[in-house]
Design a protein around this ligand. Structure first.
Ligand code: FPP
Length: 245
């Protein structure tokens, strides 16, 4: 039997990706350490995830730690890793009960075993859910993802499983971490910076963008809903010319 629709009749964005920026500045404005801002940022995630069904967002992808974020101080990096472990442990039951399927993207090689075990556990526990698909990018970089995908693709060519002449635009995405996800319709970046910082480079070729001044710990579901409503008024042409009737 077909699954009952849980999403209202809204025309997208079906997939929203968010660069959650501004935690450090938010903490600085309060004379608190940067990790205070990251903790406040982690608290925002639940409200945004839980607002997805009402807004019509089926897929939400969030950028939690980039391949470049290792350059931060050891205190901040280890504090963020501890925060991810704590978040997964604390939110496992909530996410599961709400019907969220969680996936992680990024290179797990450099992450500690305790964290990767928790990530695998959360993916397993939520694997049967489909109300919201939440993807969390940890140790993720778009260039790194394409390089890792290319390595696997090259191995398939070398093993004779794939012919070079068969490689086209449809082939590479099958090797990306996001192979089971649709491309993002809308990418939001908070905190006033207008750059994409190596996030979903391949996948966002035709995404719409919103760069907003709000710092991530201040981002609300009302603002999220407003940005999604604005998206519905946009004219996406994917390089084609609109045919007027
Ligand atoms: C960028 O703000 C934010 C990060 C590098 C970390 C993002 C992490 C969270 C929002 C919390 C944890 C998330 C989960 C899923 C548990 P920044 O530190 O660069 O801020 P700044 O530009 O103001 O310094």
């Amino acid at each position: 039997m077909a699954e009952a629709p849980t999403v209202p009749e809204l025309h997208g964005p079906g997939h929203v990706a968010i660069i959650m920026d501004g935690n450090g500045r938010w903490a600085g404005l309060r004379n608190r350490p940067r990790l205070y801002g990251h903790h406040a940022g982690a608290k925002r995630v639940r409200e945004i995830v839980e607002s997805c069904p009402d807004i019509g967002v089926k897929y939400l992808t969030i950028f939690a730690f980039s391949t470049e974020n290792w350059k931060r101080t050891q205190v901040e990096v280890s504090g963020l890793m501890a925060l991810f472990r704590r978040y997964i442990t604390k939110e496992m039951r909530n996410l599961s009960a709400f019907g969220v399927r969680v996936r992680f993207i990024g290179d797990r090689e450099r992450l500690d075993d305790k964290l990767t075990d928790l990530m695998a556990e959360l993916e397993g526990v939520t694997a049967h859910n489909s109300r919201v698909h939440l993807t969390i990018a940890i140790n993720y970089g778009g260039r790194d993802e394409v390089a890792r995908a290319t390595k696997r693709l090259a191995a398939d060519v070398q093993a004779g499983r794939l012919l070079p002449q068969d490689v086209d635009e449809e082939t590479l995405p099958k090797y990306l971490d996001t192979c089971v996800l649709p491309d993002p319709d809308l990418v939001i970046r908070t905190s006033g910076e207008a750059r994409i910082s190596n996030f979903l480079l391949w996948q966002s070729a035709y995404s719409e963008y919103e760069f907003i001044d709000t710092l991530w710990p201040d981002f609300t579901k009302a603002e999220f809903a407003r940005l999604c409503a604005a998206y519905r008024g946009r004219d996406r042409r994917f390089g084609a010319v609109k045919v007027r009737s």
